[in-house]
Design a protein around this ligand. Structure first.
Ligand code: 80O
Length: 389
């Protein structure tokens, strides 16, 4: 039965879609913490819950290996996300994080880690309401344990632990349609190393195109064009926070970042997140900002390459530099750092640069969801100001 689990959950149901009487906002109200189930949900007999201490090198390596071998693949099973250990430590330890929201499942007998799910706290604004939410991510069940209905109990367990911290909403994405998307985004790719992308069959040679013509098509200048463009530094956090808060205020759903959040999520961390800004050479004002995160993919079954080095557009703000020029400079910087491809969703104002900067549409969609919060009409992707990892 399709969505047997999700039809039992406080999420917008497909059957309610036409019902305009249902108010926007929480679907179920909070309950006293004392009434929240105090003990973990039952797992099938052979398995036990474990809290994954991501600070421990050993446990972080277990989570890394589980995801490396069993996490999300593209529709043709040619690539698999390969989040690095330093990326996972960054993604799972934002300001105010809860260790016991990093939840694993082990085989009792062997102690082997066979499943994982995580939550991190975030303040997300929906229209003019700032809601404390959990961002739930990295749900992964070992390939050999699929269709044992482990995912529903893991989702219920992370929900229970979120409730115990008096939080009642969550945000998550999926490549599959579940009840009911807040919005559905198209993803786009900009080739930086077209020869490798074609060799690994991430891209196809265009009709009537030769390889040398294709390499020339995607060639970028060796250096950026914008005067005053530089890497973000700690001293820039207050200015970048102001710039970003002002920019994100125009979207229906967006993070409510404060300076601690900006310092964590946007200060450059080698091989995890890169961020750049434009400081006016005349006034020293910070006028623009752009950033991407690093998420390589394992290339499954190619004799010449094992890893696809991919950059993912994160948060970008242009108030003085044309957005086209800002993003083109970010492509140049990513190419300088030897990325093979630059990915972006059609969220925020991204659709104004995608075609112009030679992004091509991907072959899938990313659906955004909010748990226990009804948003009356599905949003256009351009109304969404939230990028999840
Ligand atoms: C190229 O290697 C891949 C390995 C696994 C899956 C996909 C396709 C895919 N599902 N891509 C996306 O979901 C995607 C495409 C563009 C931008 N962000 C994305 O997903 C982000 C955000 C959601 N969590 C995964 C990373 C590609």
């Amino acid at each position: 039965k399709r969505h047997a689990f999700w039809e039992t959950q406080p999420v917008g149901q497909f059957k309610d879609l036409g019902d305009t009487n249902l108010p926007e906002g929480p679907i179920e109200l909070p309950i006293p913490i004392s009434e929240v189930k105090q003990e973990p949900y039952n797992l099938p007999n052979l398995y036990e819950w474990t809290t994954c201490d991501i600070d421990s090198e050993e446990t972080c390596a277990e989570v890394y290996n589980l995801l490396t071998n069993n996490y999300v693949e593209d529709d043709e099973n040619m690539f698999r996300f390969n989040y690095s250990k330093e990326f996972l430590r960054w993604a799972l330890r934002p300001p105010g994080y809860f260790r016991n929201w990093h939840i694993g499942v082990r085989v009792k007998a062997s102690k082997k880690l066979v499943a994982f799910i995580s939550g991190v706290p975030a303040r997300i604004r929906v229209r003019d309401e700032v809601v404390k939410m959990a961002e739930v991510n990295f749900l992964c069940v070992h390939k050999r344990l699929r269709s044992k209905r482990l995912a529903p109990v893991m989702i219920k367990e992370v929900t229970r632990r979120v409730h115990l911290e008096n939080m009642w909403q969550a945000a998550y994405t999926a490549g599959v349609v579940l009840p009911t998307p807040v919005t559905t985004c198209q993803y786009w790719h900009r080739s930086l190393n077209p020869k490798k992308l074609i060799d690994v069959q991430f891209s196809r040679l265009g009709a009537r195109m030769t390889m040398s013509r294709t390499i020339k098509l995607y060639k970028l200048p060796g250096s950026t064009a914008t005067p005053g463009m530089r890497k973000m530094e700690l001293r820039d956090v207050p200015a970048v926070t102001r710039l970003l808060r002002n920019y994100l205020s125009q979207f229906v759903v967006a993070p409510d970042f404060d300076e601690d959040d900006v310092e964590h999520w946007l200060l450059p961390t080698e091989n995890v997140v890169d961020s750049f800004l434009v400081e006016s050479p005349e006034t020293h004002e910070i006028t623009d900002f752009c950033s991407f995160y690093t998420l390589p993919s394992t290339i499954l079954g190619n004799p010449n390459y094992s890893t696809l080095k991919a950059a993912y557009s994160f948060y970008n703000v242009s108030t003085r530099t044309p957005l086209l020029q800002l993003i083109n400079d970010m492509l140049i910087l990513a190419k300088q750092k030897d990325y093979d491809v630059f990915n972006a969703l059609d969220v925020m104002h991204n659709e104004t640069f995608l075609k112009e900067l030679k992004f091509g549409p991907g072959d899938g969609q990313l659906h955004y969801y909010v748990y226990n919060y009804r948003i009356r009409h599905a949003l256009k992707p351009s109304e969404l100001g939230l990028v999840l990892l």
